[in-house]
Design a protein around this ligand. Structure first.
Ligand code: ATP
Ligand code: SF4
Ligand code: MG
Length: 329
């Protein structure tokens, strides 16, 4: 058994410098990600949830060094990826893949499915030209598509089929880790279920590790090993799936989960929906102290002044909240 995590994310920061005003006359800093620390274990599915704009995609992109980090470290195979330029990232790129919501953004409309899947294999020298067609056919089979699809173009496929091709293209690199950024969000519900099952099957077959970014908490509950909750660029809570859904500790997690319908009719009847007051503050000027204090129903004086420590309330259950301490939880 591997004791070391696959990836260690330490105090990761990503700030975007943007121009404001009709003529871009002012500059400002978007605090997209601040001080995010988490370990990603071999073979797990770690999901990230939180309202739109809270930094989920930025976390995925910065871990993969597709966004250059403003601070912190991402340790993979003993190497801090944040220090590597494109050339030195190349040997690691193969291992670390991403699947987006929109397959059109990944697939070149002028490339056939076979070319799209074959390209990374040739680039990373994972197949000789003579064996390429067989390998493409095997990958298509892996994702549940017939080998004749190799000669089709992306516009000749349905949304679900296109996403299967994108997954096959990612698999072609023989990756260890895949960021699935809203990978199923644009699909019909029945197709979503198929793609989720496909991802789970492939995880088992190839020992893949996923960072799964999604809005749909029911899907997250189904697919995840652990779940991280983000609020305005920071992690609020991170716990094993059942602990998070059954006994959330952070007031924001509680509010977020209170919106999810219960399958059990008795629990559903007793479910108390907790509506959060106010909008998410701007990441250009995030609140001091705990970023959630402007909307938190139990905020105290300290909350506006001091950033809550990221600490273990129980073994493996991490939370950033002054109202939760290690012993009381
Ligand atoms: N390239 C960029 N330049 C400037 N700001 C950016 C950039 N990318 C993201 N942001 C900002 O960073 C913050 C976090 O964005 P991010 O896309 O990570 O959120 P998200 O949680 O993935 O949201 P969604 O659920 O809508 O996909 C947002 O305020 C966003 O506007
Ligand atoms: S630190 Fe304070 S404001 Fe933040 S979630 Fe906890 S109680 Fe609420
Ligand atoms: Mg996103």
């Amino acid at each position: 058994m591997n004791v070391e995590p696959l990836l260690k994310v330490e105090n990761l920061v990503k700030h975007f410098h943007v121009r404001l005003g009709a003529f871009g006359e002012r500059t400002a800093t978007v605090h997209a990600l601040d001080d995010v620390s988490l370990d990603i274990q071999h073979g797990e599915t770690l999901s990230l949830v939180g309202e739109s704009g809270c930094g989920k995609s930025t976390t995925g992109f910065t871990i993969l060094n597709l966004h250059r980090a403003s601070g912190g470290r991402v340790i993979y195979k003993g190497q801090d990826l944040t220090l590597l330029d494109d050339k030195h990232m190349r040997p690691f790129r193969r291992d670390l893949q991403i699947v987006f919501q929109d397959p059109y953004s990944t697939l070149n409309p002028r490339m056939t499915v076979g070319e799209a899947i074959g390209e990374p294999m040739l680039f990373h020298k994972l197949a000789a030209k003579t064996e390429l067609n067989d390998k493409i056919a095997a990958l298509l089979q892996d994702v549940g598509l017939p080998s004749r699809f190799a000669s089709r173009y992306p516009h000749e496929l349905s949304g679900g089929q296109r996403q299967r091709v994108v997954i096959a293209r990612a698999l072609a690199c023989q990756p260890k880790f895949i960021v699935c950024d809203e990978a199923i969000s644009a699909l019909d519900v029945s197709i979503q279920a198929q793609i989720i099952n496909l991802l789970l099957d492939l995880q088992e077959k190839y020992g893949l590790t996923y960072l799964f970014i999604a809005h749909d908490l029911a899907v997250v509950r189904h697919i995840s090993t652990r779940v991280g909750v983000m609020y305005l660029g920071r992690l609020a809570e991170l716990a094993p799936r059942d602990a998070l859904f059954e006994a959330p500790l952070h007031p924001y997690t509680k509010a977020l989960l209170s919106a999810v319908p219960e399958a059990d009719p008795v629990r559903e009847r007793n479910r108390k929906r907790q509506i959060l007051e106010g909008d998410v503050p701007s990441p250009l000027n995030p609140p001091t102290g705990c970023r959630f204090h402007t909307r938190c129903p139990i905020a105290a004086d300290i909350c506006a002044k001091v950033v809550p420590e990221w600490k273990a309330a129980r073994p493996g259950h991490l939370v950033a909240c002054h109202a939760v301490n290690s012993s009381s939880a």
